[in-house]
Ligand binder design. Sequence first.
Ligand SMILES: Nc1nc2c(ncn2[C@@H]2O[C@H](COP(=O)(O)OP(=O)(O)OP(=O)(O)O)[C@@H](O)[C@H]2O)c(=O)[nH]1
Ligand SMILES: [Mg+2]
Length: 305
Amino acid sequence: MIPDDFTEGGFRSGFIAVVGRPNVGKSTLMNRLVGDKVSITSPRAQTTRSPVRGVRNGDGYQAVFVDTPGSQKPRDTLRGRMQEQVVESLSEADVILLVLDAADLIGSGVGSGDRYVARLVSATDTPVIACLNKADLLEKQEDALPLVDEVMGLGEWRETFLVSASRGLNAEPLMRAVAGMLPEGPRYFPDDLKTDYPESLILAEYVREKALSALREEVPHAIAVEIEEVERGEGRTVVYAIIHVERTSQRMIVLGKNGRTIKQIGSEARRDVERLLGTSIYLDLKVKVSPGWRSDRGFLERLGL
Ligand SMILES: Nc1nc2c(ncn2[C@@H]2O[C@H](COP(=O)(O)OP(=O)(O)OP(=O)(O)O)[C@@H](O)[C@H]2O)c(=O)[nH]1
Ligand SMILES: [Mg+2]
């Protein structure tokens, strides 16, 4: 339990790595805890491709969450790089949130993917909080009990929480537990900063989020978004973005019939981008075929991956 007076020892701060299999709700959970949309989310696995930091300032503490890509055995350079970043984030963390999907567990129990991540976090000396997410998808609350037992059997966790990232269930008790585990430390970021992710990368992520929701099957994984230029004018900013795909057929899909799909992606992304930049924008979107970008280290670095 966290003593009520835990802030009395001095200011607490630290880094909290949010890890778990793809699609379990890590980014949704981080956004919930931070209280803002810092990291993009989608029903497609492997939405998050590089660590995104989100800051929560509380009474006597600063918690810096590090949302990581879904953890899995790497199969290409992109996924290899994603996995390296998970391991790096784990090594720098003061606290680890291991996220699991309750709806998945009830369907098929703990699988090899969850075990893989549980082993990864167990190999550190860092305190771990297990979060059984998507509790809202359970028919009855009693259904959670055997699942919580299963999760507790996976490793030595300091605490186990049943949460719903999208509804907010137990988010604040979880936040208090995290804050109570932070070591004494400095304020790393100014009070008003929610993320230190560069603006152009956030813009690119917003566009990619809308592309993910508009596209199906293998196309989402074949997409990378690059912001070429942000041209700030009086009253209006022009953002030039390129959606990279791997094949001509994918380019046709992204464009859609009469350019309908790209139009939809653009107008949905524009709303988020306007909110972020606080100005009216014109989004210039192009689709480019860049074969093999997923295995091109130079390209990945240019995109901050
Ligand atoms: N019902 C329900 N859905 C959730 C909850 N949390 C997340 N989701 C949904 O699960 C899907 C995946 O969420 P993300 O936050 O993108 O998952 P992630 O673990 O970051 O995924 P990757 O970045 O691909 O590894 C999205 O469709 C979310 O809306 C929850 O508590 N309840
Ligand atoms: Mg994510």
